[in-house]
Every structure is written in structure tokens, then in C-alpha cells.
Design a protein around this ligand. Structure first.
Ligand SMILES: [Mn+2]
Length: 385
């Protein structure tokens, strides 16, 4: 059986104020192609379908169109769970009705963990679905007092899978969790504020494969090739700028599981550029991808007029600018006692100290006369009052 595992679509996400729906549509088109090219038998989507509880209308339309193409047009069944960003109730609307259309959607945990059985020439294959849920709701559902965190909640639910089933049948698990040893990026929202919310990888004994969502980097966890995050299909933070985004293709035969990454390309890649403004603007001429989403670190030391406006003329998707002003360290700060002395200190000395703190160097011969002129002008204005 061939299965495509993906997660963390985050439809409707805003990135530095930009709606990503068109970019998301671009990668989901590739997903549909991958499903067709690999002749996949099943698609697994492991949560965080939407970016927020109430997604914008065009994100809902994109999800509707994508799932209809996959389940109805391509006739590829889909198993989908909700993640911590989804509203379980809203996402779960119509899930019983959708089942007949080939979409198995699990958004609320059930007392007995949900199972869908597929099959091929090697026999049945069980897919267990564990949608994201807060530990208190699992405690209430199971009536097990020892459920206090995600680890104990997961343990309690997985204990309900009959060991005989796990031993005698091929089983895979779909879950949206933080598993101990997983590596995050800057675009996940922590599952819990008070505890780290992580689940021990030892909870997954018996499964041939654990199709995870939550972490946006594609990875296997705890040196166990069975426990995998497919990662998000596109980059949602600059910390992921060097990652290759992909979906995971699994092939499961009678007793083996093999997996490989199928790369996805972005409509606009994420890049970070560093340099002074003039160099960066000049470099745009030879840059084949000036429409990428950019974070720019400017190394100029002096003041710059409207750097965003200047950069966007050549890099229209400049999203964020940082300056690397060499701030003076505490030891060479003449301004440390300045707060107390500022009453008695002259304007010129005060500004020199300020300049040195911000620019990291003393006022040079070129700037000094400008400062003198400016101070004289201000003093003249004050004298006239
Ligand atoms: Mn996520």
C-alpha cells in the first residue's frame, strides 16, 4: 500500500501581514500531482489543517476544493485529524456525511480510539486516528484520574488499542503531538504553557508507522524511523529558510515500511539577505528570484531614509528589515553616568555620547561640523524665544 503523509497545512495563515492562500494553493496543487504520480492509495493529513479556529473564507474554499479533487476526482481516500490550531467542532462539521465521499475526518477524541481499516493483497491495514485534544478533556472522556498531561493522555488512549490487534495486523497511528526529542522551528505554537506537553516515544510500541503532525520540520524522532513528522508543506518562519519542504511517501508491504521524501517547491521562497543598502539594491539586478519573501539585515551604520520603500522597489516582497548597529558595550559607555550628569553636561557632549552608544564609534571629522552647525541653529532659535 502506498500512503502519502502530510500535516500542518495552516490554511489561512498570515505571514508578516501577507495572506498566504495563493502560495498554499500552489503547494496543494503539487500534492495532488504527487498523489496521482505515485498512484497513492491513501492520504493522511495529521492536523493543523487551518491556521486558526475561524479561518478566512478563501482558506475554507481552498480546503474544500483540494479535498474534493483528491477524494472525489482522484478517488483517493483521505484520513484527516485536527491539530491544536483547528477548532475541533468547526472542522468536524459534517464528518459523518463526508465519510461516504471518501474523507475520514476525526476532530474529537473518542472513548475507543478511532480506527479505519484499509487493505491490500497483504491483508488488512488499520489506521488509528488520535486528533489533538487538551488533557482535561481526555481525563473527562476516559474517567482516568492519572491523565494530567499529553503524555498520560496519549498513554491512556493508546492502552485501549488491543495488543492482539497491534501484533497480528499492520497498524499505523495518526496523531498531532509534541514527541520528546523532536526539533521545533519558530512557527509552531506550544501545546501547553505550564508543562512542555511532550509525549514519550515509548508510547508508540506496536505501530508500524506513526504519522505525526505539529512540528514543521520533516524529521524522524528518537532515532526511530517509524516515528515521523512530515513537516509543513511550506515554510512558515524564516527559521525554516534552509529546509527542504516535502510530503512523505510510505510503502507498506507485508512486513516492511519504507519511506521517502517527495520535495515540494514554493511559489515564493523565504530568504534572509545581509548587506548594506546600496549593495543589496545593486545585487537585485542579478537576482533571479527578486519576488521571494525576504528578511533583510542592513549593515549600514548611518541613518537611512525609508529603507523599506527603497528595498521594495527592487524586492517587492521585503517583509522585515533589521539593522546591525554595533551597540557599544557597557564598559565603554560614557553615557552610563550620563543620566545623573545630563543636567550639567553640554549639548555637544551629550550628543557625542549618544552617538557613540548608537553607532559604536566616535563622531568623525565629517559629522562634527554638522553637529556644531545644528547645535548653533537650535541655540539661535531658543535665544529668539
Ligand atoms: Mn502546526
Amino acid at each position: 500500500m502506498r500512503i502519502i503523509h502530510t500535516a500542518d497545512w495552516h490554511l489561512g495563515r498570515l505571514f508578516y501581514g501577507i495572506h498566504l492562500t495563493e502560495d498554499q494553493s500552489y503547494v496543494l496543487d503539487q500534492l495532488v500531482e504527487v498523489l496521482q504520480d505515485t498512484r497513492a492509495d491513501l492520504l493522511i493529513v495529521a492536523g493543523d489543517i487551518y491556521d486558526r479556529a475561524v479561518p478566512p473564507p478563501d482558506a475554507v474554499t481552498l480546503l474544500d476544493q483540494t479535498l474534493s479533487r483528491i477524494a472525489l476526482d482522484c478517488r483517493i481516500p483521505v484520513v484527516m485529524i485536527s491539530g491544536n490550531h483547528d477548532s475541533a467542532d468547526r472542522l468536524g462539521f459534517g464528518s459523518r456525511l463526508l465519510k461516504s465521499g471518501g474523507l475520514q475526518l476525526f476532530s474529537t477524541p473518542s472513548h475507543d480510539i478511532a480506527r479505519v481499516t484499509f487493505g491490500d493483497q497483504h491483508g488488512p491495514l488499520d489506521v488509528y486516528a488520535l486528533p489533538y485534544a487538551e488533557p482535561p478533556s481526555i481525563r473527562q472522556l476516559t474517567d482516568v484520574e492519572t491523565v494530567v498531561d499529553h503524555d498520560s493522555a496519549t498513554r491512556t488512549l493508546l492502552e485501549r488499542v488491543h495488543p492482539m490487534n497491534l501484533n497480528s495486523r499492520r497498524s499505523i497511528l495518526v496523531a498531532h503531538l509534541m514527541v520528546q526529542g523532536g526539533i521545533g522551528s519558530e512557527s509552531e505554537r506550544p501545546l501547553n504553557v505550564r508543562e512542555d506537553g511532550s509525549v514519550s516515544p515509548t508510547r508508540f510500541r506496536g505501530f508500524r508507522y506513526v504519522a505525526l503532525g505539529h512540528l514543521h520540520r520533516c524529521q524522524t524522532v528518537a532515532n526511530d524511523p517509524r516515528i515521523c513528522y512530515a513537516g509543513s508543506p511550506m515554510k512558515y518562519s524564516f527559521s525554516e529558510r534552509n529546509d527542504q519542504k516535502s510530503v512523505t511517501l510510505l510503502e507498506i508491504d507485508a512486513d516492511q515500511v519504507t519511506s521517502q521524501q517527495i520535495p515540494l517547491s514554493a511559489k515564493h521562497d523565504l530568504r534572509q539577505l545581509t548587506g548594506n543598502l546600496a549593495e543589496l539594491i545593486a545585487a537585485a539586478t542579478d537576482d533571479p528570484s527578486t519576488t521571494d519573501y525576504l528578511k533583510i539585515t542592513l549593515t549600514d551604520s548611518g541613518p537611512i531614509l525609508d529603507p523599506m520603500g527603497q528595498l521594495r522597489r527592487v524586492y517587492p516582497n521585503t517583509l522585515h528589515i533589521e539593522r546591525t548597529l554595533p551597540l557599544a558595550t557597557a564598559t565603554d559607555l560614557p553615557s552610563l553616568e550620563l543620566a545623573q550628569r545630563s543636567e550639567s553636561i553640554g549639548d555637544r557632549q551629550l550628543f557625542e555620547a549618544f552617538y557613540q552608544q548608537v553607532a559604536g564609534s566616535k563622531l568623525d571629522d565629517e559629522l562634527a561640523p554638522l553637529l556644531d552647525a545644528a547645535i548653533e541653529e537650535v541655540q539661535a532659535i531658543e535665544a529668539e524665544r
